[in-house]
Design a protein around this ligand. Structure first.
Ligand SMILES: Cc1ncc(COP(=O)(O)O)c(C=O)c1O
Length: 315
């Protein structure tokens, strides 16, 4: 018996994708992060950021918590704030799927939706759209004297994955993984897991997954800043948590590959996850066919397919 939903965060199952990899040399193991209470891996960082702020005195009872979110961190924060009694304001782009704002509101959050830039496409949040959300977030934080749970800056984001997600994968595999690939938003998941993996065994190879056409981290020209893979690929080249020494390579996936792979995950493996999970598995399949033949590759299934019922992810 757990005292609250907060303690139900983490310790997600790890599943081998043996149907998707049939006929291929090697294995893919997927961590079902969509089984967290808020249906995404971001519950982990919400808990970590709030508990670290409480511990250092930056957050005390009654203070409002504000976050710029693509929805998942906000959902995690809504859960943690509901349990711990903090008012919570989520600021997000109108370009994110409607399930996200409705879920946060249901969990007691105040949701502020920010218009996309003229010409931006609903469902495709660009770096420019995000800059608008950033300005509105700053304004609300000032106005309310709030604590900003800033996932791009607070080390709790990195630590949640370095102290929990990564070590859980190592424990679940007996430490026997050869590689990890991860679609980066803040890069907190990539960097935290990579740090844990490399501390265990420096030979574990870690790959950043990026959307084709918006692969700035690997230094490619940007031809398609707007894409459907929500939660990352924001065309930001200076990510605080990304330690380039831990990057062994970059993999680009198209949104079509991410979508087709998410659909295959659902149909063949019974795993109902979102766009970025499809991107992670598509990247791992590519690596298995190519430079990582015969390896065991770990990936995260970042969030639930339920968060995209209103999008064209599902037919
Ligand atoms: C669905 C989804 N996938 C991937 C990411 C990227 O994770 P990270 O910020 O740890 O790089 C996020 C981040 O919000 C997300 O919501």
């Amino acid at each position: 018996m757990l005292p609250s939903a907060v303690e139900a965060i983490g310790h997600t199952p790890l599943v081998e994708l043996s149907r998707l990899t049939r006929g291929l040399p090697g294995r893919i193991v997927a961590k079902l992060e969509y089984l967290n209470p808020g249906l995404s891996k971001k519950d982990r960082i919400a808990r970590q950021m709030i508990e670290e702020a409480e511990a250092c005195g930056a957050l005390s009872q009654g203070r409002t918590v504000v976050e710029l979110t693509s929805g998942n961190t906000g959902t995690g924060l809504a859960i943690v704030c509901a349990v711990k009694g903090y008012p919570f304001v989520a600021v997000m782009s109108k370009g994110n799927s409607v399930e996200r704002s409705r879920m946060m509101r249901a969990l007691g959050a105040e949701v502020v939706l920010v218009d996309q830039l003229p010409g931006s496409i609903p469902g495709q949040v660009s770096g420019g759209d995000l800059e608008r959300v950033e300005q509105e977030t700053r304004r609300i934080v000032l106005e309310r004297g709030a604590f900003r749970a800033d996932q791009f800056a607070l080390a709790g984001n990195f630590r949640a994955h370095c102290e929990h997600t990564g070590p859980e994968i190592l424990a679940q595999t007996g430490g026997h993984i050869d590689a990890f690939c991860d679609f980066a938003g803040t890069a907190g998941s990539f960097a935290g897991c990579a740090a844990a993996f490399k501390a265990h065994n420096p030979a574990i190879r870690c790959f950043v997954t990026e959307p084709a056409g918006a692969a700035v981290l690997s230094g490619e020209p940007v031809t398609r800043p707007n894409h459907k893979i929500q939660g990352g690929g924001y065309v930001m080249s200076d990510l605080r948590f990304l330690n380039r020494q831990q990057v062994d390579g970059y993999v680009q996936v198209t949104e079509e590959e991410a979508i087709m792979t998410a659909r295959e995950l659902a149909r063949k493996e019974g795993l109902f996850a979102g766009f970025s999970s499809g991107a992670n598995v598509a990247a791992a399949l590519r690596l298995l066919r190519d430079e990582l033949r015969g390896n065991t590759i770990a990936v995260l299934l970042c969030d639930s397919g339920l968060k995209y019922l209103s999008t064209d992810l599902w037919e």
